[in-house]
Design a protein around this ligand. Sequence first.
Ligand code: GLC
Ligand code: MG
Length: 417
Amino acid sequence: MEFTGAPRLLIASDLDHTMVEHGDHDNKSLLRFGALWQAHFSHDSLLVYSTGRSPKMFADLRGEVPLLTPAIAVLSCGTEIFYGDSMTEDDAWVDNINKGWSRAAVEEVANEMNLKYQCDSEQRPHKVSFHVRKEEAKYVIPSLREKLLAKGLDIKLIYSGGLDLDVLPRSAGKGQALRYLLNKLKAEGCVPQQTLVCGDSGNDQELFSVDNVFGVIVANAQDELLQWHANQVGDKSHIFVSTEKCAAGIIEAMKHFNLQPNVSPRDCNVPLSVHCRRIPKADPGAVAREVVEYLLLTEQWLRGDIDASEAAFRRLKFSLDKNSNRICARGIIDNPHEEIESLRNQHGSQKGKNFRIWADRVRSIKLSDDSWLVRFDKWERSDCVNLHLVQMLNGRVCSLVLFYKPMKNFRMEFAGN
Ligand code: GLC
Ligand code: MG
């Protein structure tokens, strides 16, 4: 984790059909959420993904859509927990869920019943996964449960998306994993001020039963989760069923629960005036917002979403010290003001090309009372790149190191990557 102290907000979100809207070619709402998180939360809050995907399928998804790097990744339906960019696995969690578990015994019963296994990458040490059609689920699930319990196994069965059946240790699952993480944070004196859980299907249900969390069931949720919600008695005011789909529903829930700020920089105009612009008190959040606005403005210029104007140009240059150096990924050193000048003639050059730029892993270190060292990854996507679609779709083009001087300008240097 990049900061110490209690996170202002912890978001624990499912990925498929919750954070990620498959079929949305532009990933519009995911990019909106990403800009909001990066600009306003990344410096003091925790983003946790909680997905049924294995490490391999999680890595695949990160190559396909503009997902921010999470602080914590809870994978394989809450059976594997990884921290940070290095994806360091939590071995204590693995030990925790080992009790009463035998993969071999689960397979033995499944083979007897002739169940259809999911692909190899989704079979994990503490998760055995099958495909079971909705019509068959009604009798397959109770019968499998009965046989596994008869063998003395301490397991749980989770049905999601009207097709996926997961068998896990009873002590595992998305809800148990989140409880474990919250307890860990508590032991470190870092209880999040607020927690929001987000989901769309059966394996997310447990998240909504964790104590002291707000929850959003996104508009496009599966029947099994909506049914569960409908069957709940008592106070359900901590769970919001959004009217918008996927990540747009998460932003809607932030508004509903008054988790501030909740307006994405992608939903408002980047202020162009530099004369009356006052750089707020130097804090890591202010720097992150500057980075997000700078990249957003560059994107809008290239897409032709904003008018070609001197004001937009001045605003771009305002963020960068004239005397700084830029080291591109290929090792070429130049001056960022020259780079900005080269954009002048490219206004609108990316029109209609599904072109987007976004920042990930904005990190800042205070160097002295009036300067900060900031590093971030800049990503670009464009339809006009035609080779190896998935690899080229999201190409990390460079990492930037930026010095922030409050009340003066930014000085930016780029580190090769
Ligand atoms: C993901 C996993 C799959 C699992 C499903 C539901 O799709 O890849 O193995 O069954 O989530 O948890
Ligand atoms: Mg899902």
